[in-house]
Design a protein around this ligand. Structure first.
Ligand SMILES: Nc1ncnc2c1ncn2[C@@H]1O[C@H](COP(=O)(O)OP(=O)(O)OP(=O)(O)O)[C@@H](O)[C@H]1O
Ligand SMILES: [Mg+2]
Length: 333
């Protein structure tokens, strides 16, 4: 059984307009994926696709007017989406840890970094402080911080961006979580530092047997660091499967377009599949397939909602023509 399995998750923003009419933004429409221990799943998709919202919906960090209205997330046999805030608080931080984008705003500027690590451990373990201190030094070492004893006394503003991000990862690991969720953990860092941190992350995942959800807009990062990929469009996972398989045989036209538009492919002179366009209006999604207005292959069948089809074992796409979308416009026999 997977450590985390998310099935048909739907999240809406419910508000009222100036005439007091209810307005619903369909932000997550059908999110299904699973992660096993020791594996890294990369979630990719354009801005506004719902990647961060997925992490927040799964971990109970949504704020009104956002609300999970359907589906469920099951973690280690327990349904997260049915837990009280207290239960979620206990699970978060201890069993599920998060690393978010901006290390500067995630660290407390008024506390030395070592003390922040100790505090994170104390909140959940409650054991002797000396044990927490020892663990803090170990974790700083594990994330490649040189001379942990003296760095532990540093203030956050004394750290470079890369070091601050390492501290955040160390903090996420303090309580030996089973699941790590990293939302754009290296955005804004230079390419070399980014690669170092992702290498480190991959190492730790294997060593600690964690399951990891890595959110990124960078397909190159997924290709190099993830085992599985989930591609999001308009609040739905439109394709998922093993990384090599999906990159070699994209089954959904959106994924094919994304891959064709990566800088390496464009440089090699490969013809890019046209796939850009405005993001769909979440208040008024197109009928049937939500990708239809932007899909260069869309045919008549695409006015109906697509099923999720499995093309090879574990490789699925939300498309009437999964794996054969270039034939969608051919007349049926
Ligand atoms: N209060 C709100 N009311 C309606 N829609 C909202 C509200 N807040 C956010 N959204 C929408 O929710 C969608 C999902 O946003 P989310 O932050 O998950 O995107 P993302 O995939 O993480 O994008 P990025 O790559 O930019 O981080 C967006 O399209 C956004 O417009
Ligand atoms: Mg985001």
């Amino acid at each position: 059984m997977s450590l985390l399995s998310v099935e048909g998750l739907r999240t809406h923003f419910i508000s009222r307009d100036i005439d007091n009419r209810v307005r619903v933004a369909h932000a997550l429409n059908d999110v299904s994926f699973s992660i096993d221990r020791g594996r890294i799943l990369g979630i990719v998709g354009e801005t506004g696709a719902g990647k961060s919202l997925t992490a927040q919906s799964v971990t109970g960090l949504l704020r009104p007017p956002a609300r999970v209205v359907g589906g469920k997330a099951v973690f280690d046999g327990r349904e997260l989406t049915a837990m009280s805030d207290d239960e979620l608080n206990t699970v978060r931080g201890a069993e599920i840890a998060m690393v978010v984008q901006n290390p500067r705003t995630s660290l407390d500027p008024l506390t030395r970094v070592g003390d922040q690590l100790v505090r994170t451990h104390q909140v959940h373990s409650g054991g002797p402080v000396a044990t927490s201190r020892q663990r803090a030094l170990e974790m700083m070492e594990a994330v490649g911080i040189p001379d942990p004893r003296s760095r532990a006394r540093a203030w956050p503003h004394e750290l470079s961006g890369g070091m601050a991000q390492r501290i955040l990862i160390a903090m996420a690991l303090m309580n030996a979580p089973k699941l790590l969720i990293a939302d754009e953990p290296t955005t804004g860092l230079d390419v070399t530092v980014q690669a170092q941190i992702l290498d480190l992350l991959r190492d730790l995942v294997a060593r600690l047997d964690m399951a990891t959800l890595l959110i990124t807009h960078d397909l190159g990062v997924v290709a190099h660091f993830c085992d599985e990929i989930a591609v999001m469009f308009a609040g739905a996972i439109v394709e998922r499967g093993p990384v090599r398989e999906v990159f070699r045989n994209p089954a959904h036209p959106y994924t094919a377009g994304l891959i064709a538009a990566t800088p390496e492919r464009l440089r090699s002179g490969e013809r890019s599949v046209q796939f850009g366009g405005p993001p769909p209006d979440l208040y008024n999604l197109p009928k049937g397939c939500h990708y239809r207005p932007r899909c260069p292959f869309a045919g008549a069948a695409c006015h109906a909602a697509p099923p999720e089809l499995e093309t090879t074992p574990g490789h699925r796409a939300l498309c009437h023509f999964a794996g054969a979308f270039d034939r969608a416009q051919e007349p049926a026999e």
